[in-house]
Design a protein around this ligand. Sequence first.
Ligand SMILES: [Zn+2]
Length: 170
Amino acid sequence: MKFVNLIDYEALETQFDHICEPITEITDEVVKFCHNLAQVMYDYDGIGVSAPQVGINKRIIIIDCSENKNETIYLINPEILWQSPKESQKKEGCLSYPGLVLPISRPQRIKVQGLDLNGKIIEFEATGLYARCIYHEIDHLNGISFTRRATRQVRRHLMRKWLKKHKNEQ
Ligand SMILES: [Zn+2]
């Protein structure tokens, strides 16, 4: 876990359906990796990131949905304990798909549990953007990108457009 940077979406997609491994011990190396991963999130102006997005298939997510970008939440081995049946649809993006924005339905409310950097269990309820972001990042840990949460029609239309543009820019 040395150099940390985003892998491209094609590399990420080879991991589709791959379930990331839990962290068994929070070593100094893990903590250092988490800090580096957070830095990637801030460097790219994201509000969330997961370890597989930098090519590390471990169950670590980081989010910061605060306005001033100064409330980093580290979640190791995060789990969704409960989710509201009620969903809301909002536009969503992902650091691994720069410029792609898709309308995605997600539960309005979730209850999450995970470990913090000290190995302490944290449990809380999240709503709105927080719920959406945490859900999106945990999806990554299970090999599911947000493109697969979009309706088929949306995916066909918007993905095709994005792919064309993305390929041209490369
Ligand atoms: Zn993402």
